[in-house]
Write a protein that binds this ligand. Structure first.
Ligand code: PGA
Length: 249
């Protein structure tokens, strides 16, 4: 059985004091939660949040990393620096990285392999633009992003990869994919994993849905056979909106 995995992506929000308050509230309110949890604060907040969630049932995630371990890369953050702060998971290929900062599949794949090699878990985000959906290409786009994002990733390491299907048109827009539409893409992507890694890997891989997940749609989404969790943006910024998602039943 796959465990539900609920992740909060704080994006470029919060000061250290605000992050500490939110992290402490989540530790207190999720301690009896039954699912797997993660928060991904911005880089400057990681050192503040790490000791607060240490020993709790909440993992520490980063929102990106550099494609190289170290060197002359002004403005980038290394996996080694993230590990040093206690980061356990890195989100890669988020649509804001792909479309605003023009990261392509080859760059994302380099980051995926580096993070795995350095012992971090990965949440690899995939998802189509609105025009790609309207042209009937959603499945193809998600397949390409999955195949290229995982190129060279060995079967043994796949257990440390979570996929997050985030249709770009649903992120931060208040528009959510219907549970049926999301489940159809999740099933398709699970099929892609089956082709690449076989049946048992396909059954095991966690595929989160992301894009305007809220307390009032989380349970319907999660009820779908192929939706194994959520990557939450806006609603992850307050304990009052994140906790009901994290504790959906
Ligand atoms: P949202 O963001 O929940 O605000 O739509 C999701 C994400 O970008 O991960």
């Amino acid at each position: 059985m796959r465990n539900y995995y609920i992740a909060g992506n704080w994006k470029m929000h919060k000061t250290r004091a605000e992050a500490a308050d939110l992290a402490a509230a989540l530790v207190a309110r999720l301690k009896d939660g039954k699912h797997k949890y993660l928060v991904a604060p911005g880089f400057t907040l990681l050192e503040t949040v790490a000791p607060i969630i240490k020993g709790s049932n909440i993992l520490l995630g980063a929102q990106n990393c550099a494609p190289e371990e170290q060197g002359a890369h002004t403005g980038e953050t290394s996996v080694l620096q993230l590990k040093d702060l206690g980061v356990q998971v890195v989100i890669l290929g988020h649509s804001e990285r792909r479309h605003v900062y023009k990261e392509d599949d080859a760059l994302i794949n380099k980051k995926v392999k580096l993070a795995l090699r350095q012992g971090l878990d990965v949440i690899l985000c995939i998802g189509e633009l609105l025009e790609e959906r309207e042209e009937g290409r959603a499945e193809q786009v998600c397949e390409t992003q999955t195949v290229k994002g995982l190129e060279g990733v060995q079967a043994d390491d796949l257990s440390r990869v979570t996929l997050a299907y985030e249709p770009v048109w649903a992120i931060g827009t208040g528009k959510t994919a219907t549970p049926e539409d999301a489940d159809a893409i999740h099933a398709y992507v699970r099929g892609v994993i089956r082709k690449l890694y076989g049946e048992s890997a396909a059954q095991r891989i966690i595929i989160q849905y992301g894009g305007s997940v809220k307390a009032d749609n989380a349970a319907q989404l999660m009820a779908k056979e192929n939706i194994d969790g959520a990557l939450v943006g806006g609603a992850a910024l307050k304990a009052d909106s994140f906790v009901p998602i994290a504790k959906f039943s």
